[in-house]
Design a protein around this ligand. Structure first.
Ligand SMILES: Cc1cc2nc3c(=O)[nH]c(=O)nc-3n(C[C@H](O)[C@H](O)[C@H](O)COP(=O)(O)OP(=O)(O)OC[C@H]3O[C@@H](n4cnc5c(N)ncnc54)[C@H](O)[C@@H]3O)c2cc1C
Ligand code: SF4
Length: 473
């Protein structure tokens, strides 16, 4: 074995995976995880923990893995991260902990291929804890037993806040607008990346801690913010997420069979539209699918479309249109690799200019070629249209995955909650407190679309502040 390179893990072959929604990455076996953990240099001043948004003691948990002390490793991770089986699967670790691993070259934009596969070691340990039902350390404080907190939204932020508070003895009720809890973990990220039994286990664990989950309740419509306090809640946590899709604003975007990525993924992930008519929600996926965007959402939509095309007996023909180059693609590097392997074609430096239709349905997309110009406010090179470079591609299904904005249903009827110009809730970054007393917020509703572990990190900070506010009384 070349100790300089990470241990390879098993994956379904690209032929196997496009035939189903089964999980693609199979993670490490015990033998593999021991070899990968043994590659860790156990640095004196480890940088990897600084790259993790919740500061997991990575060096220690990896050490315990090398000693086969999986219980200890699990408890070290759980001290900072309640959902290791989830983060081990979906964390963009190449931009987080692995980017800070000493084996990654300095100033690299993302983790070097030599970096320790921290996420996969974490996934192994998380799955071990899940399968062996290792309980969470709970420190119920008598003082909190009479306290009640309403958590609005059941994405990673809401679930994490609920877990933290319930572990201290607080009575927590989660209110979720959709019919299933999980937020993006259930309606956005497909099961071939995050199997539903992993999420179901975490939700059951929360319920076992006493957390009550009420679905199909839209806060701001069914219940107003003041009503939670009138109903006896002592504090409210807002984990509303960024579920409002962005669009291109080009002619023809209203034609039939053009979906926002959120609608496309929700139809499949939450309503099983790919199994229509067995399930009642339909989805139209034709022979020429174009996905616009370059983030995780675009990769998930493209890979979902591939599976639906395959199930219909079509040739795989899914193109991702992105206005910058491969280097700037914001999606996880693993998912980009999987997209290539599954036959998805990338059209870089390409910008859609117009959709054309036939009988009200999209049939073509007119695009322009771009080149990269000066950096924009995000520091990335700004794509510039090349005049006269128009070209047409056939397109009978399009999915727009160009960013998500704040869910404003609650904030739009609660002006006392201060928001910024994008509709994100303004908070005190130290306490996650909003402009309204005893109301806290975290996750994508604060600062826009981020990552699962960042949302959980914010929720943890908010939970600490909520408990502290009880201490102050
Ligand atoms: C398709 C897709 C793929 C992604 N892939 C990754 C990935 O691989 N790795 C990663 O780290 N991150 C990924 N992300 C980003 C990540 O999922 C988010 O950063 C994270 O889910 C944010 O968590 P949250 O709890 O703030 O919001 P959400 O997960 O959006 O959850 C918010 C919840 O609040 C509910 N809600 C909103 N308003 C109300 C209301 N008024 N009343 C009641 N309920 C309400 C919503 O229905 C939703 O369930 C992805 C995002 C998408 C869309
Ligand atoms: S939670 Fe994510 S960033 Fe933190 S150690 Fe695990 S994989 Fe890395």
């Amino acid at each position: 074995m070349d100790r300089k390179l990470p241990v390879k893990w098993a994956e379904l072959s690209s032929q196997e995976r496009v035939m189903s929604f089964d999980e693609v990455s199979l993670g490490y076996t015990e033998e593999q995880v021991l070899k990968e953990a043994a590659r860790c240099l156990q640095c004196e001043d480890p940088q990897c923990s600084k790259g993790c948004p919740v500061g997991i003691d990575i060096k220690s948990f990896i050490y315990h893995v090398t000693q086969r002390e999986y219980n200890k490793a699990y408890n070290i991770i759980r001290a900072r991260n309640d959902f290791p089986s989830i983060c081990g699967r979906v964390c963009p670790s190449e931009y987080q902990c692995r980017k800070s691993c000493i084996l990654t070259k300095k100033n690299s934009p993302f983790a070097d291929e030599k970096a320790i596969n921290i996420h996969l070691i974490e996934r192994f340990v998380g799955d071990y804890g899940r399968k062996n039902k290792i309980p969470k350390n709970i420190k119920v404080t008598e003082k909190y037993k009479n306290k009640k907190v309403a958590v609005i939204g059941s994405g990673p932020a809401g679930l994490c806040a609920a877990g933290e508070l319930a572990s201290s003895g607080v009575k927590v009720v989660i209110f979720e607008a959709l019919h299933k809890p999980g937020g993006v973990l259930v309606y956005g990220i497909p099961p071939f990346r995050l199997p539903r039994d992993v999420l179901a286990h975490e939700i059951k664990t929360l319920q076992a801690l006493g957390v009550e989950i009420k679905t199909d309740i839209v806060a701001g419509r069914a219940v107003l913010l003041d009503e939670f306090f009138a109903d006896g809640f002592d504090a409210v946590f807002l984990g509303l997420g960024a579920g409002i899709p962005g669009f291109l604003g080009v002619p023809g975007e209203n034609l039939a069979n053009i979906y926002s990525a959120n609608e496309f993924l929700t139809r499949v992930n939450l309503m099983s539209a790919h199994k229509f008519p067995e399930y009642r929600t339909p989805i139209n996926v034709g022979r020429h699918v174009v996905i616009v965007g370059g983030g995780n959402t675009a990769m998930d939509a493209a890979r979902t479309a591939v599976r639906i095309q395959k199930s219909k007996g079509y040739e795989i023909n899914v193109k991702i249109v992105y206005r910058r180059t491969e280097k700037e693609l914001p999606a996880r590097r693993f998912e980009i690799g999987h997209a290539y392997e599954e036959g998805i074609i990338f059209k870089f430096l390409t910008l859609p200019a117009e959709f054309e239709g036939l009988d009200g349905r999209v049939s073509k997309i007119k695009c322009l070629e771009c080149r990269l110009g000066e950096p924009d406010e995000s520091g990335r090179m700004r794509p510039e249209k090349i005049p006269g470079s128009e070209f047409i591609m056939p397109c009978d299904t399009a999915v727009i995955a160009v960013g998500l904005g704040a869910n404003k249903v609650l904030t739009s009827v609660t002006p006392s909650i201060k928001t910024d110009r994008w509709g994100d809730i303004i908070i005190d970054p130290n306490t996650m407190a909003t402009s309204v007393k005893n109301v806290f917020a975290g996750g994508d509703i604060v600062g826009g679309e981020g990552t699962v572990i960042e949302a959980m990190g914010m929720a943890k900070r908010a939970a600490v502040s909520i408990l502290r506010s009880f201490d102050d009384k």
